[in-house]
Write a protein that binds this ligand. Structure first.
Ligand code: BES
Ligand code: ZN
Length: 621
């Protein structure tokens, strides 16, 4: 980090030339500048020796064996005294390597937890192409294979799972363009984070190009029996036939969001923005794979009430995909900026009332999480993380997202929206297709926004970035609608309002969620029965509301909800829902029930979810 800092000035000089239009061609000078990059503890690659600039991926997908057999051919730039190219790999069966067409030896180093193995290939400063032939493991952590009548395969590469399906320099600071040829069963469509087909091919062969350089964590592949529907000039949805109509309706405002986003922070750099609805086993809500967001079907509510997730993934097209966190310690630069941008898109498209409700929920989630983390590992409440020797997944907490959001909101409130918007727009344009780390951002912030000591004192950046918990100058949110919900909840708790007197049917999802998630832990099952009788909550089609309801049903041991609970846990693999529910079960003495459900559900979950749930249930053996 120290050596890096002294080069910040040089790096900024290099970037001054391209402040107006976005240029995605990898520059030779960028390679030199990037040799002084921050160290990424989650990658074996040594970009200062040799760096990959383009990937040609030739692959065949075998559903029966749950394997992909592929050849990854890299164009590389090696430094003057380079003698090896280091790639990350994990659970790959490497058949052979060629260097500029000639068969070469290669070496796989020792396996490290999370990180896998370094793959070292001898090169010289003259080497141009390195090719690796390999087969993935049936247990490759990035994949989820769905069997049955609707076979499906999807990948999840972030944070460091790309290396389980493509040997690569699996570090967010290293960008490359790619092209791919993929063969899949002829009744299925293949899609990638690239230019995509809108129809199935006759023979199951598909070609892809991604012309803009991307980091490896944005490599993505999905294979399934999906159809495409356009929802706007630059936007569309892919889903299986049972969901395509619902998806088209739910996401029909994507083009409006795209227009709003461009108005805020500059031109969209990826030409198209499409969304793929994945099987319910997808472990996340959404993943910002460039040109093609991957999304959970659990956001299809029938009333477009959960589309802030789309605003979020769309916002990543700037924060993350265009200006990318240098290492997973800088994750807040991806997610905090994205939550801020998401809220601004929501405000622009749906109004301040809605966005302030969302901010209020975000604040509550943050306060709860800060409390929880302070008990375990207080340093994890810093925006800047220290994840060396840990799974980068540990950084996926409300800190990066919501503390990051409130930090940017503080900046906005300190300098005024106009100045802050101008700052952000220039920030994205100036650093497009580049790497950003926390020090570099703070340098940029002090130069371009907080340029007086009065402003710097007011914000107190270090308390946010390297300090614990929530600083006292955290912005206040206020939402009249949420305040009215809180009042109604209080009256209901005191017995002044009965369940059928609640304005449930007037409430939006955010209000219903607020009500349910703030029920006291010790609420009697009989009171949940009243709520259920009045509003049939157990049958809600909104999965966020259902989640809050099921979580409380567990805490109150409201057994009539248990069948729904079981089917939800078996069908849905979204970790954000699973963790609190399984946690609630074990904490209320229902660990056996939890394990019984988990036994049935586990085969349907992705490794990201089983990793967390295995640990959670093992801790309560
Ligand atoms: N990029 C993240 C998902 C992610 C982060 C995957 C870290 C692996 C490691 C994505 O943009 C995201 O934040 N998804 C959220 C939804 C969002 C609305 C907060 C999710 O899936 O919960
Ligand atoms: Zn995100």
């Amino acid at each position: 980090m120290k050596t890096f800092k002294s080069f910040v000035g040089a790096l900024m000089l290099l970037t001054i030339g391209c402040s107006t239009s976005i240029d995605s061609t990898p520059k030779k000078s960028q390679f030199v500048a990037e040799m002084k990059r921050a160290t990424d503890h989650h990658s074996f690659s040594k970009p200062e020796e040799a760096i990959t600039t383009h990937l040609k991926w030739d692959a065949k997908v075998d559903f029966d064996r749950r394997q992909i057999t592929a050849t990854a051919t890299y164009t590389i730039q090696a430094s003057a005294n380079a003698n090896r190219l280091l790639l990350d790999s994990r659970d790959l069966d490497i058949h052979g390597v060629t260097v500029d067409g000639v068969e070469s030896r290669f070496e796989l180093g020792p396996t490290r937890p999370f990180l896998g193995q370094p793959l070292s290939i001898p090169v010289t400063s003259e080497t141009q192409k390195v090719s690796v032939s390999y087969t993935t493991s049936p247990n490759a952590a990035a994949f989820l294979w769905v069997e049955g009548d609707a076979p499906f395969l999807f990948t999840q590469s972030q944070a460091i799972l790309a290396r389980t399906w493509v040997p690569c320099q699996d570090s967010p600071g290293i960008r490359f363009t790619y092209e791919a040829h993929v063969e899949v069963p002829s009744d299925l469509m293949a899609l990638m984070s690239a230019v995509n087909p809108t129809e199935k091919s006759k023979n199951g062969h598909y070609d892809f190009v991604m012309e803009q350089p991307i980091p490896s964590y944005l490599l993505a592949l999905a294979v399934g029996d999906v159809e495409f529907r356009s929802v706007g000039e630059h936007t569309g949805v892919y889903a299986t036939s049972d969901l395509i109509d619902a998806a088209q309706f739910e996401f029909s405002e994507m083009e409006d969001m795209l227009v709003a986003a461009e108005e805020l922070y500059g031109k969209y750099a990826w030409e198209r923005y499409d969304l793929l609805v994945l099987p319910a086993a997808f472990p996340f809500g959404g993943m910002e794979n460039p040109r093609l967001t991957f999304a959970t079907p659990t956001i299809i509510a029938g009333d477009r009430s959960l589309v802030s997730l789309v605003a979020h993934e769309l916002a990543h097209s700037w924060s993350g995909n265009l200006v990318t966190n240098a290492t997973w310690d800088d994750f807040w630069l991806n997610e905090g900026f994205t939550v801020y941008f998401e809220q601004r898109i929501m405000e622009a498209v749906y109004g301040r009332d809605i966005s302030e409700m969302l901010s209020t929920l975000s604040y509550q989630g943050l306060v709860d999480e800060v409390d929880a983390i302070m008990d375990v590992n207080p340093n994890d409440t810093h925006l800047r993380l220290h994840l060396k020797d840990r799974d980068p997944d540990d950084g996926m907490t409300a800190i990066a997202y919501d503390k990051g959001y409130f930090f940017l909101r503080l900046l906005e409130e300190t300098v005024g929206r106009q100045a802050f918007d101008a700052f952000l727009k220039t920030y994205f344009t100036t650093h497009a297709f580049q790497v950003m780390d926390t020090d570099l951002f703070l340098e940029y912030l002090n130069t371009h926004l907080l340029n007086t000591s009065r402003l710097r004192d007011q914000v107190n950046v270090s308390a946010w970035v390297d300090g614990k918990g929530l600083p006292p100058n955290c912005p206040q949110v206020s939402s009249d609608r949420i305040e009215r919900v809180d009042a109604a909840l209080n009256a209901w708790i005191q017995g002044e309002t009965t369940s059928d007197e609640l304005p449930w049917s007037d409430w939006l999802y955010q209000e219903r969620y607020r009500f349910l998630s703030n029920l006291p832990d010790n609420t009697e099952a009989s009171r949940l029965a009243e709520l259920d009788a009045a509003w049939d909550i157990n049958s809600t089609g909104n999965n966020e509301v259902l989640f809050a309801w099921l979580e409380q049903s567990v805490r109150s041991q409201y057994t009539p909800a248990y069948e729904r609970l079981r089917s939800f846990l078996v069908e849905v693999g979204r970790r954000k829902f699973l963790t609190p529910i399984y946690q609630g079960l074990v904490e209320t003495g229902q660990a056996d029930f939890a394990r019984e459900i988990y036994k049935e559900a586990r085969p349907n979950y992705h490794s990201v979810a089983t990793g967390t749930m295995d640990a959670l249930l093992a801790a309560h053996e």
